[in-house]
Write a protein that binds this ligand. Structure first.
Ligand code: IPM
Ligand code: MN
Length: 351
C-alpha cells in the first residue's frame, strides 16, 4: 500500500519520539511491502518561531491531503508562565482539531503484563483493565464563548453543546461498544449542568437503536473515583471535552506510565495519531523520553487503515522490549536503561 503520512513533530520531546515511530513504521513498511511517504510540517512553538503561528495554513494543507497524521507533542514553558502571550502553541492543536474536524478522541487504557507492578494501584484492581475513553474533541468549554468583563476582573468560559455534536460522538461510542463488551457509560454532570442534561437526553434517545448495548449514566466526580478504584467496571466511556481531558490523564496511572498511552483523533476525513503525554520540556534534547506511546499510536494508525497484522507486529515488539527490559529510564526502576534512540533502533531491528 502507498501511504502519505503528515509528520508533525512539534515541541519538546516531540521530535525525538517521532523519530523512533518513523524508524518503526519504516521497518514495518519494508517487511510488509508498503511505501510510506513522510510529509513533515511545522506546529506548536516551533511553528510560532518560524512563521508566527502555531498551525500554519501550509501545515493544514499537508494534513488535509494526507492519509493520516502522526503527531508528537505541543507546548513550551516559555508561554506557560506568560498569561499575556497572544499566541500559544496549544492554540495550534485546538485549531488543528477543529479544522480537520477531529471530533472524537479515542484514548484506550490497558495494562502491560510486565509493568503491572509499576502502577501505584494494586495488581488485583488493575490487571486485565481494557477500556476506552471516547472524548469529544471539538466542542464544549474548549471552544465556547470566553472573555473578560468588569475591567478584566471577571473572566468566563462557557460549555456549549449542540445535539448533533453529542450524537455523532455517542454513535461512535455505541459502535465501539457493539464490537466490544456492549457496555457504554455516559459520563457527565447532569445533576448540575444543562449541557450535561442535553448529553443524557441525546444518548437516551439513541438507546433504542442499539438495544444490545447496556448503557449507564454516571457523574464525572464519581467516575473520577471509581475509575481508579475498579477500572474493570468500565468498557467504553463517552464524555465531554474537558471531562475527557481530565479522566484520560487519570486513567494513564492504571497503565503505570503516561509514556505508554497512545491515542487517535478521528472525524469524517483524515485521522490523527498522537501520544497522550505532553511535550515534557525538561527532557527535551536529552534522548531520554519514552517513545512507546508514539510507537503505539502508529500501531493504531495501521489498525485504522485495516493493516491489522502490521499493528499487531508493532504491539508485539513493544511488549518484547518491555518484557526484556529494553526500556528508557522512566521504566528501568534504577536498573539498566536505554536512550530514546536506542529503544527506537531496537524496536525497528526486531521487526
Ligand atoms: C491533551 C492536551 C491538550 C488538551 C492541551 C495541550 C491543549 O492536554 O491533548 O489532552 O487539553 O486537549
Ligand atoms: Mn490533556
Amino acid at each position: 500500500m502507498k501511504l502519505n503520512i503528515a509528520l508533525l513533530a512539534g515541541d519538546g520531546i516531540g521530535p525525538e519520539v517521532i523519530d523512533q515511530a518513523v524508524k518503526v513504521c519504516d521497518a514495518i513498511a519494508k517487511k510488509y511491502d508498503h511505501e510510506i511517504s513522510w510529509k513533515p510540517a511545522l506546529t506548536g512553538a516551533a511553528a510560532i518561531d518560524a512563521v508566527g503561528e502555531p498551525y500554519p495554513d501550509e501545515t493544514h494543507e499537508i494534513c488535509a491531503s494526507a492519509d493520516a497524521v502522526l503527531f508528537g507533542a505541543i507546548g513550551h514553558p516559555r508561554f506557560d508562565n506568560d498569561p499575556s502571550a497572544k499566541v500559544r502553541p496549544e492554540q495550534g492543536l485546538l485549531k488543528m482539531r477543529q479544522k480537520l474536524g477531529l471530533f472524537a478522541n479515542v484514548r484506550p487504557t490497558f495494562t502491560f503484563p510486565s509493568l503491572i507492578d509499576k502502577s501505584p494501584l494494586k495488581r488485583d484492581r488493575i490487571e486485565g483493565t481494557d477500556l476506552i475513553i471516547l472524548r469529544e474533541l471539538t466542542g464544549g468549554i474548549y471552544f465556547g464563548e470566553r472573555g473578560r468583563k468588569d475591567d478584566g476582573n471577571t473572566a468566563f468560559d462557557t460549555m456549549t453543546y449542540q445535539r448533533f455534536e453529542i450524537e455523532r460522538l455517542a454513535r461512535k461510542g455505541f459502535d465501539m461498544a457493539m464490537k466490544r463488551s456492549k457496555k457504554l457509560c455516559c459520563v457527565d454532570k447532569a445533576n448540575v449542568l444543562e449541557s450535561s442534561r442535553l448529553w443524557r437526553e441525546t444518548v437516551q434517545g439513541l438507546e433504542k437503536e442499539y438495544p444490545e448495548v447496556e448503557v449507564s449514566y454516571e457523574f464525572i466526580d464519581a467516575v473520577a473515583m471509581r475509575l481508579i478504584q475498579w477500572p474493570k467496571g468500565y468498557d467504553v466511556i463517552i464524555t465531554a471535552n474537558l471531562f475527557g481531558d481530565i479522566l484520560t490523564d487519570e486513567a494513564s496511572v492504571i497503565a503505570g506510565s503516561m509514556g505508554l498511552m497512545p491515542s487517535s483523533s478521528v472525524g469524517s476525513k483524515v485521522s490523527l495519531y498522537e501520544p497522550i503525554h505532553g511535550s515534557y520540556p525538561q527532557a527535551a534534547g536529552k534522548d531520554i523520553a519514552n517513545p512507546l506511546a508514539t510507537v503505539l499510536s502508529a500501531a493504531m494508525l495501521f489498525e485504522d487503515l485495516e493493516l491489522v497484522t502490521e499493528a499487531e507486529e508493532i504491539r508485539r515488539v513493544v511488549n518484547k522490549s518491555l518484557a526484556e527490559g529494553y526500556v528508557t529510564e522512566d521504566l528501568a526502576d534504577g536498573g539498566k536503561s536505554y536512550k530514546t534512540s536506542e529503544v527506537g533502533d531496537w524496536l525497528a531491528s526486531n521487526i
